[in-house]
Ligand binder design. Structure first.
Ligand SMILES: NC(=O)c1ccc[n+]([C@@H]2O[C@H](COP(=O)([O-])OP(=O)(O)OC[C@H]3O[C@@H](n4cnc5c(N)ncnc54)[C@H](O)[C@@H]3O)[C@@H](O)[C@H]2O)c1
Length: 292
């Protein structure tokens, strides 16, 4: 999307962190921004802060894991700002720990927020974007952990890999509708993502705070240390702007992860070498239909 001035952005998880800073950067480019978040107090503060800076913003309280919430938030946005041109599916949470300690409810929570929150957003906004025909962009927020599995982070990686994967499909699928699609894959960014259980809904077990978890399991402290030593959120936000303007697909914020991605690609290529040499596969054709 080239010309942002006067257009509207909708950012889920916009009350703080990467979403909030992206709202500020896009607002400074002349976009109208609807911030959507489950945390009413932080949202109110975020809207007030950006309004004081002279930006055109508003807020809507919503839970991205509920489809009805998306519909109500979309209605409010259309009434307030008109057509929506940029959807940033940014709200996300983290569940970490050894595989044996992850309960089914933890899985349900992270899948409903990180994956279904992206799915519902697209279901609600893509038809509208296609219908207004003014050009649009959907940026789904995944993670470097969506491009690479990480130990003790199974649920987080699984949901973020799902977001990368569906974004790859949507990129092609939505082209004909005039909707660009991209996927943001940050490394560590200074935010409160390490404390994301602060916003866990009652139906998934209610809030849980990082400091309490650390008392029980000191190893959990590492999660905070890594994140708070990450890059500043406003740097990530400026990267989002660059990628939006240039219509980049995989949006990377940490160049130093390149080597580990190359290593992963090398291992997959090596696996194809083994398949090529496999006696079990000797009669399998070497040419055929490839999915895109
Ligand atoms: N910070 C990092 O190091 C990092 C790295 C890679 C990816 N990410 C991803 O970036 C995105 C933004 O995270 P952040 O780092 O800014 O963290 P953050 O915790 O500061 O911000 C997340 C925001 O999402 C909101 N939220 C949580 N659950 C919600 C729900 N059910 N409905 C609506 N809003 C909800 C929170 O209230 C918060 O405002 C997430 O998807 C996260 O997984 C972050």
């Amino acid at each position: 999307m080239k010309d942002l001035k006067g257009k509207t952005a909708f950012i889920s998880g916009g009350a703080e962190g990467i979403g909030f800073h992206t709202a500020r950067v896009l607002g400074q480019e002349g976009m109208k921004v609807m911030l959507a978040d489950i945390d009413a107090k932080m949202l109110d503060q975020a809207v007030k802060t950006l309004k004081k800076e002279g930006l055109i913003v508003d807020g809507t309280v919503m839970d991205v894991s509920l489809r009805d919430g998306w519909e109500a938030a979309a209605r409010k946005t259309f009434e307030t700002f008109g057509n929506v041109h940029f959807l940033m599916g940014n709200a996300g949470v983290a569940v970490t720990g050894a595989q044996k300690h992850i309960e089914e409810l933890d899985w349900r929570w992270i899948i409903d927020v990180n994956l279904m929150g992206i799915v519902y957003g697209c279901q609600v906004f893509a038809p509208h974007m296609k219908a207004h025909g003014q050009g649009a962009h959907i940026m789904n927020v995944a993670s470097m952990a969506g491009l690479q599995g990480v130990s003790y982070s199974g649920p987080y990686c699984a949901t973020k890999a799902a977001v990368v994967s569906l974004s790859e499909g949507w990129r092609t699928e939505f082209e004909k509708d005039g909707i660009e699609v991209s996927v943001l894959c940050p490394g560590f960014v200074k935010s409160r993502v390490y404390d994301s259980m602060r916003n866990r809904q009652e139906r998934y077990g209610g809030p849980l705070y990082h400091d309490d978890l650390v008392k029980e399991k000191p190893a959990r402290k590492m999660n905070k240390d890594i994140v708070v030593n990450g890059i500043d959120t406003d740097i990530a936000a400026r990267r989002v702007l660059e990628a939006l303007l240039a219509n980049e697909f995989y949006v990377i914020t940490h160049p130093h992860f390149r080597a580990s991605q190359q290593e992963r690609a090398r291992k997959i290529d090596q696996a194809f070498e083994s398949a090529q040499a496999s006696p079990a596969l000797k009669d399998v054709p070497r040419e055929g239909f490839v999915l895109k």
